[in-house]
Design a protein around this ligand. Sequence first.
Ligand code: FES
Length: 141
Amino acid sequence: MSEALAASAPLFAICGAQDIPNRRAVPFVLARRELDGTVGPWPIFVLRWGRNVRAFENRCPHQNTNLDWEQGEFLDGEGTRIQCGKHGALFDLGSGECVAGPCLGQGLTPIEVEIDAEGDVCIRASGLVEDDDLDSGEGLE
Ligand code: FES
């Protein structure tokens, strides 16, 4: 996404900051309009450390599968790296770059995220729609 597009995309509140336990990651499945006009699910996850948050698409660059094979489990045993549950690739918490495993040199897709003045976790992305607009089955794998 270009910087100009990212700056023009609206902020979208997805939860309160306190809904994400400190030093944990929580998955969300949002609804997003694709380039062909269909609306499909967009799985993401958000990590929180105090007032710091990071968000990434929930998709491993190795085989394009969800990272959390145990639902909601995104971190390694020490809680210091994001870990793919399928083959164990490890990713840097801040950048999402793969630091070990079969997709070394690749990275997770970051999503612009912040905590607003009201304490809500907000992401900035284009094409997001309300869940009610999610076409039944369209775009699902
Ligand atoms: S699918 Fe993630 S490491 Fe293989």
